[in-house]
Write a protein that binds this ligand. Structure first.
Ligand SMILES: [Zn+2]
Length: 120
């Protein structure tokens, strides 16, 4: 098998994988930056249930945190808002992961494409 055919096949394979990732990218829902935390707290009131045995801490409290222009920004969320944020943040992570995979494949494909251009 001549080496150029091999390159053609590998390129076609990369192209196919790249297109598949691009199609997944097109289906991603809304995205949001930052991260989500769920917290339980104990208050200072003596005899409160949060100091009982076993303790029943207050919460859950949901909080969104992100860096905006180098500053940490936080926002208290309701449980319903937290569910939405969770979905959006997961979409954002998926988006970044897909782009990372596309970059890796594109790096290999462009290298092959350059070899192909050098030996037509
Ligand atoms: Zn308490």
């Amino acid at each position: 098998m001549p080496p150029t055919t091999n390159i053609d096949q590998r390129l076609a394979d990369y192209e196919q994988r790249y297109r598949k990732l691009a199609a997944e990218l097109a289906n991603i829902g809304l995205i949001h930056s930052g991260s989500l935390t769920r917290r339980y707290t104990r208050c200072a009131t003596p005899g409160c249930k949060c100091h009982a045995d076993p303790p029943q801490p207050h919460g859950p409290y949901y909080q969104w945190t992100a860096k905006v222009n180098g500053k940490t920004v936080t926002r208290r969320l309701t449980e319903q808002e937290a569910e939405l944020y969770q979905e959006w943040i997961a979409n954002d992570r998926r988006l970044r992961h897909l782009i990372q995979q596309m970059r890796q494949i594109a790096a290999k494909a462009t290298e092959l494409r350059l070899k192909q251009a050098a030996n037509p």
